[in-house]
Each structure stands twice: as C-alpha cells, then as structure tokens.
Design a protein around this ligand. Sequence first.
Ligand SMILES: NC(=O)c1ccc[n+]([C@@H]2O[C@H](COP(=O)([O-])OP(=O)(O)OC[C@H]3O[C@@H](n4cnc5c(N)ncnc54)[C@H](O)[C@@H]3O)[C@@H](O)[C@H]2O)c1
Ligand SMILES: CC(C)CCC[C@@H](C)[C@H]1CC[C@H]2[C@@H]3[C@H](O)C=C4C[C@@H](O)CC[C@]4(C)[C@H]3CC[C@]12C
Length: 369
Amino acid sequence: MADSVQAQKLVYLVTGGCGFLGEHVVRMLLQREPRLHELRIFDLHLGSWLEELKTGTVQVTAIQGDVTQAHEVAAATAGAHVVIHTAGLVDVFGRASPKTIHEVNVQGTQNVIEACVQTGTRFLVYTSSMEVVGPNIKGHPFYRGNEDTPYEAVHRHPYPCSKALAEQLVLEANGREVRGGLPLVTCALRPTGIYGEGHQIMRDIYHQGLRLGGRLFRAIPASVEHGRVYVGNVAWMHVLVARELEQRAALMGGQVYFCYDKSPYKSYEDFNMEFLRPCGLRLVGTRPLLPYWLLMLLAVLNALLQWLLRPLLLYAPLLNPYTLAVANTTFTVSTNKAQRHFGYEPLFSWEESRTRTIRWMQAKDSSAQ
Ligand SMILES: NC(=O)c1ccc[n+]([C@@H]2O[C@H](COP(=O)([O-])OP(=O)(O)OC[C@H]3O[C@@H](n4cnc5c(N)ncnc54)[C@H](O)[C@@H]3O)[C@@H](O)[C@H]2O)c1
Ligand SMILES: CC(C)CCC[C@@H](C)[C@H]1CC[C@H]2[C@@H]3[C@H](O)C=C4C[C@@H](O)CC[C@]4(C)[C@H]3CC[C@]12C
C-alpha cells in the first residue's frame, strides 16, 4: 500500500496527462505541489513536450497506456498516492462510436477505481463535466445554477451519458476499502466549457473564420449564456482538491464541484470573439443570420451526411443537432462551493486568462503561416 500522504513525498498519477486539460494539470502540479516526488503521466498518446519536464527535480514518468486495459491502469497506479483521472474521449461530433465512448469513459473509469482499490491508492479526483447535468434534451435553461440547483438531467447523447455514468461510479466508490484497509476518498470536478492555451475547437473555429474571409456569422442569439472556465483555473482546482482530500475527507469525499472562475457570462460565440477579434476576425450580425429552424435543418442534414458517408470517410462538422442544442441553451454556473470546501480562489483573473489565450492564438497563428 502507498505510504500516507503525511510522508510528504508524493506520487501522483495523471491519466490523460497529454490532453488539453491534462497538460495544464501536469504543469500546475510541477509548479504548485511542493510535496511532489514522482509524477506519472498516463496517456494513449504521449507528447514530445514531456521530455522537457524530465530535467527537473521531480521524477517524471511517461506511461503510454490505455484506460480500457485494466492491467495497464493497475500497473501505472501501483504505489501512487493520488490519481487525477482526466483521460476521456471528448466526442460530441460523431467521430467515435457510442460503444467506444462508453468503453473509454465508463469502463476506463471503472478500471481506474478498481486499480485504486487493488493497489491501495486512497485519493481519486475525477474530471467530470457540466454535461452530466445539462443542457438536457428538453432544452431547459440552467441559469447561474449551483451544485444543488434542481434540474432534470436527461440525456441521450453518448458523451454526456458516459460522463454521467462515470461520475456516478466515482462517487459511489467513495468509502470503499482499498488494499491496506483504509477508505477510498473520491470527488468529481465538473468544468463548464474549458478554454485557453491548447483549445482545439477554438483553433478550428478560427480557421473556419479565416476560410470565410476573416468573418464568422452569428448563429446563436447573444442572450443565450454559455458557461466557460479558463483551463489554468480548472487545473488549479484539480491540484487543490488533490491536496486537500486527505485533510478534509469527511467534507469533500463523494462531493461534486463545478469548476468556475471570473470569466464573463456570454454566448458561446461572443465569448470566443474575446480571443478571435484580437486575431483579426469579426462576428457578423447582432442577431442570428439564419432562423433556428433552418440551422436545425442544416444540423440534421450534417448528421444524415455523416451517416451516409461513414463507409467512405469521416464527416464530422462542428454543427450537428446536439452541438446546436448545447450552444443554443443557456447553461451557466454561479457557486462558491469549492471556495467553502477547500479554499479555492481562481489563480488567474479574467484579464490574465484572456491575455494568455490571445497570446497562444496569435503565436499559433504566426507559426501556421
Ligand atoms: N474540453 C472541455 O471543454 C471539457 C469540459 C468539461 C469536462 N471535460 C473533461 O475533461 C477531460 C479532459 O478533456 P480535454 O478537453 O482535455 O480532452 P482531450 O481530448 O484533449 O484530452 C483527453 C486525453 O485523454 C487521452 N485518452 C483518450 N482515450 C484514452 C484511453 N483510452 N486511454 C488513455 N488515455 C486516453 C487522450 O489521448 C487525451 O490526451 C475529459 O474527461 C473531458 O470529459 C472537458
Ligand atoms: C452551433 C454552431 C454554430 C456552434 C457550435 C459550437 C459547438 C461546437 C460548441 C458549443 C458548446 C460546446 C460544448 C460546451 O462548451 C461544453 C462541453 C463540455 C465538455 O465536457 C466537452 C466539450 C463540450 C461538449 C463543448 C463541445 C463544443 C460545443 C458543443
């Protein structure tokens, strides 16, 4: 069994440590967790940037592995004090099959839980999503809600279904006896739409704007608020939760926390323009240029085309009935639960988050030319 966290020489495992969020969690741990002794980064695809991390005082161990393979997860977990499980298949565009999404997100999470139990790892932090709550299939708004706001969470899409099931598994595992006889302490973090350095969808939308001559056309009413949170703050929340779980196990074990910061409440498109405008793009229209029914028709056509073309090629545009419904339904959080339970305050102000994201977009922009 792993030593007590009190030993002050901690071994952390970050699954999905080479993803958009995972990389920020890894870098944040190296900067902000002084008790860190070894950092294991487990991912299906390892990034070459990991090499630069290996020169510091913390032992960085890169493990190429698959969360759907229980033995690989168990081997990576053995001897770890804390697991931060961010690995997941984030697919709302129909790129992967529902079965694959379930295997990675649900079975993969079950494997992580069993690995903790078998090897004696006591602390598990799970990256959940706002989508385990909503927007639901009925399009009900969730306006500045918190963790206790009543909301009918009904889903059909494989991605939110898988995240909801996985989150439930993690929360139910809280208190299970791990090897050595002590209880497992788990909790789940629910980011809203994450933005920041490395955000692939933002980059895709930017390139779409360039192809359209530097313009984007408004599709969503400006009044529809979409929750966003800066990746650095989401990473910081993960680091803080992991740090505080032992001391505050009774309070935090089995809990869910929305990830939040001071990012402004705006529509998905208006928020993106905070970064895309300084990169030379403009958003045309103060109201959607196409009526909602026509957009939905285009979204359905995209879904049909995807299905028809599947034997030949993968057609996975941003617009489909699900993404349109998510973008077109108000979903924002307003809570201080993380502050009350473990003293979370955003590490990055909105201005800093914005500046860092713009700098990243502009650097990417010039390196692409
Ligand atoms: N991006 C968002 O806006 C957002 C919002 C809320 C929650 N989340 C959650 O945050 C987590 C990270 O998301 P992200 O945006 O960084 O996605 P990402 O795709 O950039 O990162 C996911 C990482 O998991 C790895 N991975 C996928 N399948 C794996 C497998 N079978 N075995 C091992 N590793 C595997 C990928 O290689 C990737 O590095 C996910 O669990 C996602 O559900 C993301
Ligand atoms: C309708 C089009 C004009 C615009 C399409 C935008 C669409 C691709 C965006 C809108 C909202 C985005 C999702 C939202 O930010 C939250 C999450 C939760 C997270 O767990 C995974 C990513 C996801 C689903 C975003 C995906 C892209 C969406 C749907």
